[in-house]
Ligand binder design. Structure first.
Ligand code: FAD
Ligand code: FES
Length: 280
């Protein structure tokens, strides 16, 4: 169903934007951890994006995306007043949230926006939430203000040291786990190498670790098999069995291989789009 864009904000110019969509049916049902499938053109592919926030009262959902290739470039070309052709959701299982104590929510890159919704769910359930966010440099950090409005503590790292701790989110996480024995769960959302590193960091501490996987999805409803991942030696479909799984059981090398399977075709697709869009 065409879904109007009510608000657009460029978070990192040309790279990452936030859209608020008029989607009352989805907003009413969506919970942290859910995602939507979007299609921008009648013959275009459908792509998954996490619901970064909801406002059931005003009937809106928020999505945040990194411009990667053709479909996200088509999305970026839309503005307030335009409508996205199809938005289907909420999809996937919501995050398992219960009141248990301290939860550490780790986010990297665009994953910080998705993590923000999960962290909010834990805070609302009465858990103590420690946010840990990281980016290559200060200008690429997202959702700092939003997270600070409800987390108990926010730890920040940048690779180049331009803000917060100079280094990786896993340095901050390891230090925290050494000092704090009350942590019952670590949740990580971000690039695959970051989620794999978080799972290796928490493993020696024996802390439950949940990761939100981002394999290639085609239908998003369990029919096509594109989102196949291996968890604990078993085949799972991230769209209907996930997208959240036990990070200590995920076969991350396989996920990385499968995500890179169509690089050549993706390059042809964005090159063609840019040539046509620029009239060359
Ligand atoms: C459950 C889930 C939630 C996601 N949430 C977000 C989000 O909140 N914000 C965000 O920026 N990104 C999110 N992604 C990733 C996003 O779907 C891809 O970046 C997007 O599909 C890329 O499409 P493209 O045509 O712009 O780029 P392309 O050039 O086609 O692809 C660039 C890279 O994106 C990945 N990709 C390509 N097609 C798909 C696809 N159909 N499904 C998944 N990954 C694909 C591949 O790794 C590929 O190499 C999520 C993915 C999943 C599975
Ligand atoms: S995207 Fe088709 S089965 Fe999950």
């Amino acid at each position: 169903m065409p879904t109007p864009i009510l608000h657009k904000e460029s978070l990192i110019p040309g790279k990452t934007s936030k859209l608020v969509l008029d989607a009352p049916e989805i907003a009413r049902k969506a919970k942290p951890g859910h995602f939507v499938m979007l299609r921008m053109t009648p013959n275009g592919e459908r792509i998954p994006l996490t619901i970064a926030d909801t406002d059931a009262e005003n009937g809106t959902i928020t999505i945040v995306y990194l411009v990667m290739g053709k479909s996200t470039a088509l999305l970026e070309a839309l503005n307030v007043g335009d409508a996205i052709l199809d938005v289907c959701g909420p999809l996937g299982h919501p995050t398992h949230i219960e009141k248990k104590g301290t939860v550490i929510c780790v986010g990297g890159g665009t994953g910080i926006a998705a993590m923000h919704h999960i962290a909010k769910g834990h805070a609302r359930a009465g858990n103590k939430v420690v946010g840990v966010i990281g980016a290559r440099s200060k200008d690429l950090l997202l959702f700092e203000k939003e997270l600070k409005s409800f987390v108990d503590e926010l730890l920040i790292s940048t690779d180049d040291g331009s803000y917060g701790h100079k280094g990786l989110v896993t340095d901050l996480l390891r230090d925290r786990l050494k000092k704090d024995k009350t942590v019952f769960e670590v949740v990580a959302v971000g690039p695959v190498p970051m989620m794999a590193a978080v799972a290796e960091t928490t493993r020696p501490f024996g802390v439950r670790t949940t990761v939100s996987l981002n394999p290639i999805m085609v239908d998003g409803i369990g029919m096509c098999g594109a989102c196949r991942v291996s968890v604990g030696g078993k085949t799972k479909f991230a769209c209907v069995d996930g997208p959240e799984f036990d990070g200590h059981e995920v076969d991350f090398p396989e996920l990385r291989r499968r995500l890179a399977a169509y690089r050549e075709q993706e390059k042809v697709s964005i090159d063609d789009y840019q040539r046509t869009a620029h009239g060359n």
